[in-house]
Design a protein around this ligand. Structure first.
Ligand SMILES: [Zn+2]
Length: 340
């Protein structure tokens, strides 16, 4: 798997795969990328599969998929780090004709997709805000800061919604077995999304130690339970986190806790992987971070394609893991993902 896995600069321009195209774009500077994209738009250049993917008229989530790599050993970039994703450009054009009004739908639920990028209070990059709250949505902060009365009101609304669900699937919500179900489900849901009320800085809580250690540290097989934001159905699996310190090391138990924080939100696996990597990068500033996650999605196993044995692997490598193939491969062989 290593042949095509050269450093971005060393790639040949005739490389056919879109993965290499991805890399090419990543290696160019932000400015260059911008220019590239707008230039290719003017030219109507559709020969580059990567450009095609970027300018697809999808929502931001769609872009994330377009930017996915086909191999775990390829470096990743968060689409939110891109300077000007094309949907934004579209929006600009829209606002030119019809100013501001229809742009932002009222979103009360914590939906970590488009509204987040639209809200002007937060720049799309860096990905992690250190209050750890503003990334998903405004509702997140409301949830953290609510009073007891507001908490009751939230629970009542959730119970009502679950009752409606029960009615709509053809159940009798008043039969004995279901009487307390709305409340149980509401509380379970709040637990499964408790990551919205936590933030990285509190979790790390100063557990960063100047040890002068510069060798790779890996915590592997961290159990992760998260919720697919597309179906509100769990996905579970294992996460492997590695980093190379720049002198400072982080308390080893903090890595699973950071994984837990981001897993307890509505997620897609791709973003979960990147959230964890970026958070560690930001809070510890090591030489590099690598995160690999393998998981099984119940929305795929129990419904849809019903592929019960498939697992999805995502990775995000930053810093020296992104730059050095050797380092990346050492990590991958230590966690055992490269084994076939
Ligand atoms: Zn799903």
């Amino acid at each position: 798997m290593a042949q095509s896995d050269t450093l971005p600069d060393a790639e040949s321009p005739s490389a056919p795969s879109s993965v290499n195209g991805d890399k090419k774009k990543r290696s160019s500077s932000k400015m260059g990328r911008d220019k590239d994209r707008s230039a290719s738009k003017k030219r109507g250049n559709t020969s580059d599969p990567n450009m095609l993917a970027v300018s697809m008229p999808t929502a931001n989530g769609g872009n994330a998929h377009a930017e996915r790599r086909s191999s775990v050993s390829k470096p990743a970039r968060d689409f939110r780090d891109m300077p000007e994703p094309s949907p934004k450009k579209k929006r600009k054009r829209k606002t030119a004709t019809a100013p501001t009004t229809a742009v932002i739908p009222v979103v009360t639920a914590p939906t970590p997709t488009t509204p987040d990028i639209e809200s002007s209070t937060r720049s799309p990059s860096p990905v992690i805000d250190f209050d750890g709250l503003s990334r998903p949505s405004r509702g997140t902060r409301e949830r953290l800061e609510e009073s007891d009365a507001q908490k009751e009101e939230r629970l009542a609304r959730m119970k009502g919604a679950v009752r409606t669900l029960l009615e709509c699937v053809g159940e009798d919500p008043d039969r004995e077995g279901l009487l307390a179900t709305p409340e149980r489900y509401a509380k379970a849901m709040l637990f499964l999304t408790k990551g919205y009320q936590e933030n990285v800085r509190d979790i790390v809580n100063g557990a960063i130690f100047q040890e002068g250690h510069n060798e790779m540290v890996i915590v592997k097989d961290i159990e992760v339970f998260s919720m697919c934001e597309h179906h509100l159905v769990p996905f579970t699996g294992k996460m492997h986190i590695g980093y190379i310190p720049a002198n400072a090391v982080i308390g080893i138990s903090k890595l699973p806790r950071i994984a837990e924080l981001f897993a307890r939100r509505l997620q897609i696996q791709e973003r979960l992987t990147k959230d964890v990597a970026n958070a560690i990068m930001d809070v510890l500033q090591p030489q590099g971070v690598a995160v690999v996650m393998e998981s099984s999605h119940l929305c795929m196993v129990m419904r849809g394609v019903e592929k019960t044995s498939s697992s999805t692997i995502t990775s995000c490598v930053l810093g020296c893991f992104e730059r050095k193939e050797k380092t990346r491969n050492e990590f991958l062989s230590l966690i055992g993902v490269n084994r076939r």
